[in-house]
Design a protein around this ligand. Structure first.
Ligand SMILES: [Cu+2]
Length: 337
């Protein structure tokens, strides 16, 4: 075979053939994004090497707050320690039959919701177990060297401890800030950081909603949109709440590629606190529009029981998964009155 090729093609054949031969040796097994297992020696865009998939439970994520390991400094300041591990080799079934290489903080997209009170000392022990450099960049107030932009943390076990005082009060995103930024964010390296006021907000049924999307065919446009990663999840599993109970939603828009996203609530209006930095709402509405990393706190209660939609009023997004339901149950019936 080698001789035949040499004879036919001439001088440059050795190089051509040896490349071909090496490629043959490098034949690898991949899982395609439709779940098929194939063998190829060719270049594969964003290959999947494994069929083991990330299990993500939007039900659990919705009301899951991580307050860290709590201790106190000599001067009485509350210290909260968190361990966050980045990885970039996990596969998640984004939609039935669509497998996507997610990049994760602590194994999920979004990463854990980190929560502290204003003035607490927050220490994030960050370990990068990925194959690329990553960081954690927190929105909020902190020293320059804690900004997670210039101090990239190397792959295969690189470490960095981010240390800062929690502030200001509000709801903030955190995300990787390594270039190309769009790639690192859209693969899933983001989460929510809540800073509570020293005098806590009133008791409420609290939830976190990250508006996100996935570009599964790599054309810089999202193919799926969601609240908390799984398209249509809360439509199929309505969020159960009670009449006359205060609901507080920390909402953060992490959708890449599309300039805006929005949130519309049915059968009700909500008090809205942009970025959550003020304890006084700025508006009473049923609709907010959010640009990249724009966020806020929504508060409302339902007067009447029943099923109510919430969704992007950008219809394309809701038809591709950004839609959910509240199932409002009569509080009186529940309490047996
Ligand atoms: Cu990254």
């Amino acid at each position: 075979m080698v001789l035949m090729l040499s004879a036919i093609i001439g001088g440059s054949t050795i190089i051509v053939f040896s490349a071909f031969s090496e490629a043959q040796l490098e034949q690898k097994t991949f899982v395609t994004h439709s779940g098929q297992v194939i063998q190829t020696s060719g270049d594969v865009l964003d290959p999947l090497y494994t069929t083991s998939t990330v299990e993500f439970d939007p039900e659990k994520y919705l009301r899951d707050f991580n307050y860290g390991r709590i201790s106190e400094s000599k001067n009485g300041q509350t210290i909260r320690d968190f361990i966050i591990i980045a990885e970039d080799d996990k596969i998640q079934e984004i939609s039935p039959g669509v497998f996507y290489n997610v990049w994760t903080f602590n194994g999920t997209v979004p990463g854990p919701t980190i929560r502290a009170t204003e003035g607490d000392l927050v220490r994030i022990h960050f370990i990068n177990n990925g194959s690329k450099s990553h960081t954690m960049h927190f929105h909020g107030i902190h020293p320059a060297e804690m900004d997670g932009v210039f101090e990239t943390v190397g792959p295969d076990g690189g470490q960095f401890t981010y240390e800062f005082e929690a502030g200001p009060v509000g709801v903030h995103p955190y995300h990787c800030h390594v270039m190309p930024l769009e790639e690192h964010i859209s693969h899933g390296l983001y989460g929510v950081f809540i800073v509570d006021p020293k005098i806590a907000r009133p008791q409420a049924d609290e939830m976190v909603m990250i508006l996100n999307g996935f570009d599964t065919d790599f054309d810089a446009e999202n193919n799926f949109y969601a609240v908390n990663s799984i398209p249509f999840y809360y439509q199929h599993h309505p969020i159960q709440i009670k009449t006359n109970e205060l609901i507080r939603i920390y909402v953060v828009n992490m959708v890449e590629f599309d300039p805006v996203n929005n949130f519309h609530l049915h059968g009700n209006l909500f008090q809205y606190y942009p970025t959550g930095t003020s304890l006084v709402p700025s508006t009473f509405t049923d609709m907010i529009t959010l640009s990249q990393t724009e966020r806020g706190i929504m508060e409302f209660q339902y007067k009447y029981p029943g099923k109510y939609l919430f969704h992007a009023h950008k219809v394309e997004f809701s038809e591709k998964g950004w839609v959910g339901l509240f199932l409002v149950q009569d509080a009186k019936e529940n309490s047996g009155e």
